[in-house]
Design a protein around this ligand. Sequence first.
Ligand code: ATP
Length: 306
Amino acid sequence: MSAIVVEAVSLSKRYGGRFAVKSLDIEVPEGSVYGLLGPNGAGKTTVLKLVTGLLRPTGGEVRLFGERWRRNHLKEVGALIETPALYQHLTGRENLAVHTRLLGLPKRRIGEVLEQVDLEEAGRKKVSSYSLGMKQRLGIAVALVGEPSLLILDEPTNGLDPKGIREMRALLHSFAQRGITVVVSSHILAEVSQVVSHVGIISNGELRYQGTLSDLVEKGQGRLELRTARADEALRIVRERFPDADRQDNTLFVPVAEEESAGLVAELSKEGIPINGVNYRRDDLESLFMRLTDREESGERTEVKA
Ligand SMILES: Nc1ncnc2c1ncn2[C@@H]1O[C@H](COP(=O)(O)OP(=O)(O)OP(=O)(O)O)[C@@H](O)[C@H]1O
């Protein structure tokens, strides 16, 4: 089993009377790309600020590298939380030089991190001329300058165009390959689902799911969609065994395991119900995410024509 790099134990943060983060238990395994996912206002930024010591918990604790949180741990942590603090009138190189000097790091780190975020050329230009994606990448270069083993990125894909998002994904992938543990937050699962190995899904400050991305996919509930001209009668029969079955026009939706669906179809035929079509559908990642964060959409169902 791999070591746990970040652990939140019953972590809570209250602003006034309201919990932004409530009794959260999180474990980020070493070498993982951990996606901290949830809708706007779910508490992601608050969690990342608690992990990096920008906020103090109201309750519970954060553990880093298997130990109680200490400021000294931050030497091993690179973070980009909210928008990067960059000097617009300086070049990318000059911005990084501010940090290498502050941290007493060798100048060669500037070139190294610029290469890592693909800004070697642009490093000579003023930051005011950078695109949003370039600024985000420079912000990450700043976070990387101290050679952290843990990188924490708050919504690095926010506001980027599709090309910028692809570049950011490639970058996250390259960090993982170099053995850096990455925690990345996002409110759009699709923007990070190709690169994350683990996810923690939060909603209203509470953890809804934590595990590998592949386990999440497995968790996807499936349902049988069944078209029949005698939908009312069919629904009555189906509901005897599946009370949560539903119908829309001539289509029935039955939450049933795939192995059991053929039996159910046969049963209905035996009862004389004409079946005009069947389809088995498993929740895709996005609808799972929506369900876990209480934002279930009804749109998916309308794809099925009765
Ligand atoms: N300084 C603060 N004072 C009071 N409430 C706050 C403060 N910071 C955050 N909150 C509230 O805490 C909740 C969680 O906010 P947080 O920024 O952590 O969410 P988030 O998931 O990062 O969302 P977003 O993606 O919109 O930033 C929200 O309801 C927010 O309004």
